[in-house]
Design a protein around this ligand. Structure first.
Ligand code: ATP
Ligand code: MG
Length: 572
């Protein structure tokens, strides 16, 4: 492709609305433009990147035995009501009425649609297992659309759905997807890690995320890794082992003390001159409109996902100061479990192990000392509620220590179980003629998020360094002076030879200064650059440089194909 025939509106200036380097580079490189918040247009270079990545996804999905289909984005609201998700997905779902006042939604995921598709069609265990996938646009009215293609309101996803008769067969189907995912990301030049995640609103029993680890602030996810075993889990899910040193302190009498002006952990610990791990926080939340208290140790943070799972609430919101006053009879900062009526109390195991803890007294500017579980209050449930911290003990192995890294979620796999097949009535008959709900899995890959994520890893201060298999073109061909016949002749010849060998070339045939062309080449980041200039050309040579390397080499014109292949074989 010739640059003069392309549409590559590169920008010299940094764009003020792009916080992430990858977003900045896609805008400046003329890959994308923003139409509205979270809504982007893919220009020709981006379209080529998307095609290259989609081709890899498609090949590997097909290799795994999955069948490609296309499901409509537009969907009647009824099936979302049937599955029970119409209420739980809430405002993230784009909704509208058609001209007959019929409620319609724009799908952000397709479990309901695909289950509706196969129900009644799949009748027998003989038709299973099956895996259906698509590469399709998705709509989600994200609360915070940001970072360009990373979190859009309209984006592309590969979504696959498996259907199995038995648990064993399902585990095989799941593993096939996991293997396909590793092949897909590896081919795209991305060494992702698989981590345990929360299955959240999807339902189902287990889930994994595929994360690209990054050092930049593009890493929205925090992942904990064990330094001894292969335990890896995202922050929402990560657990840790409790040090089994239960204190043998004798239980003391409960005592109410004044703590004037001391409401926060820092203020209370400073005022009472104690360590924060002697204190237990009692935090009030509204779980689907009902007040609940969560107790975590003073030196720990509450993990909201864990609390949500423990309560089973769809909507979990922090109680307002008015609600805190109403349920605890005290302003914010003085809640405690003793005498807290009509409120379910969820207690973290670290708190359950405490002796003589200090808690709020449900009175303004007062705390209770020497409070003990069971004697002074009852837990509704003892359940893990604490966020994992760096240095915590691994929950899996003996002496492992957990540490966190930042990552970007590029894909995930969910064990759905029978949530959708039961609610939408997708059943099969086994060999004995008995009816069972089909066991399902669902598997997503961000087709627009993934290529942008790659740029968080692969760039330098001059621009993008595309992994070769998702680069819009493999070679950037630059004749320095297009008014010189020798330059054009040579460029034409190389262009033809590489194209014929199946290597796609962007031929910068613009009548522009060398500096402009080099800047653009560095910015858009194709893996190999070939430069044709007078100095080398008089010896029958051209300059060849890998975008990811600093050295340039001179190559005989007759050797150009071999040299290009050699570089492409070497670089990521
Ligand atoms: P996140 O936790 O980042 O919101 P999710 O759990 O909602 O992601 P899924 O619903 O499982 O993600 O979607 C599958 C994949 O689609 C994700 O792994 C991600 O790569 C991509 N994806 C999800 N939401 C967006 C979005 N708003 N914009 C672009 N890609 C997205
Ligand atoms: Mg999401």
């Amino acid at each position: 492709m010739r640059w003069s025939q392309m549409y590559i509106p590169t920008l010299r200036e940094d764009q003020s609305d792009a916080e992430l380097v990858s977003h900045q580079l896609l805008l400046r490189g003329g890959f994308i433009r923003k139409l509205a918040s979270g809504v982007y247009l893919y220009l020709p270079l981006m379209q080529r990147v998307i095609h290259k990545f989609s081709d890899i996804v498609r090949e590997e999905m097909n290799r795994s035995g999955a069948l490609e289909i296309t499901m409509s984005v537009l969907c009647p609201a009824e099936i979302w009501e049937e599955s029970g998700r119409y209420n739980t997905v809430g405002k993230e779902q784009m909704r509208m009425k058609d001209r007959h006042q019929h409620e319609m939604v724009l799908c952000g995921t397709h479990e309901e649609t695909v289950t509706t598709l196969i129900k009644g069609e799949i009748k027998s265990y003989r038709q299973l297992p099956m895996n259906l996938y698509q590469i399709q646009v998705k709509f989600r009215d994200e609360i915070r659309p940001r970072f360009g293609l990373m979190r859009g309101r309209e984006f592309l996803m590969k979504d696959a759905y498996t259907f199995d008769a038995t648990e064993e067969s399902f585990m095989e189907s799941y593993q096939k997807m996991v293997d396909a995912y590793f092949r897909i990301f590896n081919r795209a030049g991305l060494d992702v890690v698989k981590v345990e995640s929360d299955s959240g609103a999807m339902g189902g029993k287990a889930a994994h995320e595929f994360m690209l680890l990054v050092d930049t602030n593009g890493g929205e996810e925090v992942i904990f890794f064990c330094d001894k075993c292969d335990y890896a889990a995202n922050v929402e899910k990560a657990q840790f082992k409790i040090d089994e040193n239960i204190s043998d302190e004798v239980l003391k009498e409960i005592e109410k003390v004044d703590t004037p002006g001391a409401a926060t952990i820092e203020e209370v610990t400073a005022y009472l001159k104690i360590e924060s791990n002697k204190l237990a926080k009692t935090l009030l939340y509204m779980a689907d409109g009902k007040p609940v208290a969560a107790m975590v140790r003073g030196d720990r943070e509450l993990n909201l996902i864990k609390l949500q799972n423990a309560t089973g609430a769809v909507e979990l919101e922090m109680a307002t100061p008015e609600q805190v006053q109403k349920f605890t009879s005290a302003p914010v900062g003085f809640a405690g479990p003793v005498g807290l009526e009509k409120v379910d109390i969820y207690v973290d195991p670290l708190v359950a192990d405490m002796k003589n803890m200090i808690v709020g007294a449900n009175e303004s500017e007062k705390h209770n000392l020497n409070v003990n579980i069971d004697r002074d209050f009852k837990a509704t449930k003892i359940v893990d509620l604490s966020s994992t911290q760096n240095g915590d003990l691994c929950p899996r192995c003996d002496n492992g220590i957990l540490n966190s890294k930042q990552g970007i979620e590029v894909g995930n796999t969910f064990m759905l179980g029978t949530k959708y097949s039961e609610s939408l009535d997708a059943k099969y008959l086994d060999a004995e003629g008995k009816e069972h709900p089909i066991i399902m899995g669902s598997y997503g890959i961000g087709v627009t998020r993934t290529p942008q994520s790659a740029l968080e890893r692969y760039h330098d201060d001059k621009g993008i360094i595309w992994p070769k298999n998702i680069a819009p073109f493999m070679v950037h061909l630059i004749p320095l002076n297009v008014s010189k016949e020798s330059h054009i002749e040579t460029a034409d010849r190389i262009y033809k030879e590489l194209n014929e060998a199946g290597i796609d070339v962007l031929y910068d045939d613009r009548d522009d200064r060398a500096g402009v062309k080099f800047n653009d080449a560095d910015l858009i980041g194709l893996p190999v650059r070939i430069t044709i200039g007078d100095k080398s050309l008089k010896d029958g040579k051209v300059e060849l440089k890998a975008r990811s390397e600093s050295d340039m080499v001179l190559v005989d014109l007759d050797n150009i194909l071999t040299a290009v292949k050699e570089v492409l074989g070497r670089v990521n």
